[in-house]
Design a protein around this ligand. Structure first.
Ligand code: NDP
Length: 291
């Protein structure tokens, strides 16, 4: 894949110049099936491109205070360029524990309020990678977004909302649907482009789509197929949807690999900014004459 090849070359150049590789700390609280699959893919992508992936595993019953301290330690670690904390967190730990603790400069998945605000205002900052990947995939596939009717299913802070902001920036006319939307099919029927991020297998099927619509399935769900064991599926019923859609992304495949590749670019970007900052601090310290 193109993004991954570029980032691999640039990571090699960074490592040769700085004498250390960019580092990504992946914090996992408790074992959650979809998260575990996702994490392994991230760590594999890190190895492929030369980024130092570090898995930080915390017990499922860890306290919010301990999680916060662990994130603060990672903020201070010069070999950690970026930090991601795998969601969902155990229900007892509010998301604010993570969003308040993580250094915005290491927040490579764009969950800190500062980065969320920058996205909304159109300022440079880290954008949530999954939302960015979905929109990037559309752009790179040559799907016209300007003036088109786009429906985003899901309004989470990490996927649905940022995707809607990015699509608006591309001049699409965006409708955001969620669990309280009265008639999802009504909205989908007029959509030229559909992005689904609800975490509900089979929520969208072919009968709900406008013929020729482009469908980006962001969902990742583990379903039990009885004797066939567990399988990874999206939120869209692929078999019925592909008969109606003009283009559709599969699960697995599709958005996931692009998300991982973009995450690597964010880590490299954070590493470069970190190295630059360290250089500017050492220059200014060198200028201080002890009394
Ligand atoms: P959340 O659970 O945080 O949000 C789900 C959203 O879907 C909510 O806004 C919810 O509405 C909406 N929703 C739920 N049920 C329905 C319904 N029946 N009809 C319409 N809307 C509904 O999930 P995330 O946003 O974190 O993730 C969404 C999916 O994307 C998951 O399957 C996740 O595994 C996957 N994912 C994939 C990634 C990738 O790299 N491909 C990375 C991250 C996530 P409401 O707000 O009203 O509750």
């Amino acid at each position: 894949m193109e993004i991954r090849a570029v980032v691999k070359t640039e990571v090699a150049a960074f490592t040769a110049l700085e004498g250390y590789a960019p580092g990504l700390a992946v914090v996992l609280v408790g074992a959650d099936a979809p998260s575990a699959v996702y994490l392994q893919q991230i760590l594999r992508t890190c190895r492929t491109v030369g980024i130092e992936g570090r898995l930080v595993e915390l017990a499922g019953d860890v306290s919010g205070g301990h999680l916060r301290r662990r994130i603060l330690e990672l903020n201070e670690d010069p070999l950690v360029s970026g930090i991601i904390v795998q969601m969902p967190l155990p229900p007892e730990i509010p998301l604010s524990v993570v969003t308040d603790a993580i250094d915005p400069a290491k927040d490579v998945d764009g969950i800190h309020p500062l980065n969320a605000g920058r996205l909304l205002l159109g300022h440079p900052g880290f954008v949530p990678t999954t939302a960015q990947a979905a929109v990037e995939l559309l752009k790179r596939s040559g799907i016209e977004l300007r003036g088109r009717e786009v429906v985003v299913v899901g309004r989470s802070n990490v996927v649905g909302k940022p995707a809607a902001v990015l699509l608006t920036r591309e001049d699409a006319t965006v409708t955001v649907c969620h669990s309280r939307t009265v008639d999802l099919a009504l909205h989908l029927a007029r959509a030229d482009v559909v992005l689904v991020a609800a975490g509900r297998p089979g929520l969208v099927n072919g009968s709900m789509l406008k013929p020729g619509a482009t469908v980006v399935d962001i969902g990742i769900n583990v379903v039990n197929r009885g004797l066939a064991g567990e399988a990874l599926v999206g939120d869209v019923d692929f078999e019925s949807a592909r008969l109606v859609a003009g283009a559709i992304t599969p699960v697995p495949g599709g958005v996931g690999p692009v998300t991982n590749a973009l995450l690597m670019t964010h880590v490299l970007q954070a590493a470069r900014a970190g190295a630059e900052l360290a250089r500017s601090i050492s220059v200014s310290t060198a200028g201080v004459v002890p009394q």
